[in-house]
Design a protein. Sequence first.
Lengths: 151, 151
Amino acid sequence: MTTKRPPLSDPTDNLLGYHLRRLSVLIMADLSRSLDSLDLRPTEATVLMEIFTNPGITQSRIGKILSIKRANMAPLIAGLVEQGLVETARKDGRSLALTLSAKGKRVYKKVMSAIAEHEERCFALLGKRERRELTERIRELWQHLDTIEPG
Amino acid sequence: MTTKRPPLSDPTDNLLGYHLRRLSVLIMADLSRSLDSLDLRPTEATVLMEIFTNPGITQSRIGKILSIKRANMAPLIAGLVEQGLVETARKDGRSLALTLSAKGKRVYKKVMSAIAEHEERCFALLGKRERRELTERIRELWQHLDTIEPG
DNA sequence: TATTGTTATACTCTATAACTATA
DNA sequence: TATAGTTATAGAGTATAACAATA
């Protein structure tokens, strides 16, 4: 008495790219919800982490690391400055050195624990060791693609 | 004499979700390019696969399988019909049974080989067995998340 | 000349809401 | 009352192009 059956065979079954996409979408949605209470989007949170770890880093450098276009970095940083999380200082006539304000550092800590909970929730099926190995493997895959591909 | 150094430590290093996202973005870009000559986007190609494998399937069923909203399925299917790839027949007063036209089946075959080349290119670092195991693991992860999460 | 940052803008993808028709 | 399909539309995210100022 089943009224809804799954297809006998699913053509996406063996497509690794497809499953990576499905997983990535769900992870991003979970991450967005995890950051909602901090009023940050995933990209903004990642930028905060980048600035905390590398104080004085420039916009363009962050953009290169995270593959965010200059044109999109500008309003992103402007928003973080307006929220009082990031402070800018002239590095030279062109570049801005970015640092976290006191508030930015407090928010950064909340970001870190929110992300830790998020990863724990999303990857509960994996042991710590398996998680580490998978992370490394996935990194190798995208960095290899990144060198091969146009852009 | 290095003018551009990477940051001493990257805060994203241990974030599995981050690396999955980076990989997924590059894979989607590669897939889009792979399908360019067929005038199909990744979602359209996946829908073709779904219809080929499950002839007579309905729009709503495809939407549920692929997590595409009804409102977005309508123009998607309309586009495929307009391209002469998909044919519709009344199943009952509400539902449309979808099948591939002769042209649709020819294009489907090209889609399959384009995707095979694409996966070969993206996952060249992985052996066949590793690829299978990783696919299964990733599927488990997203399907688990899918049952847990809102939506 | 190349780089940094900025603005304006367009395109794609996805989400919501309202509606019709049918089960 | 729930489901299938459609339409209109709004919001993110990301892309390109053009520009000013500086290295």
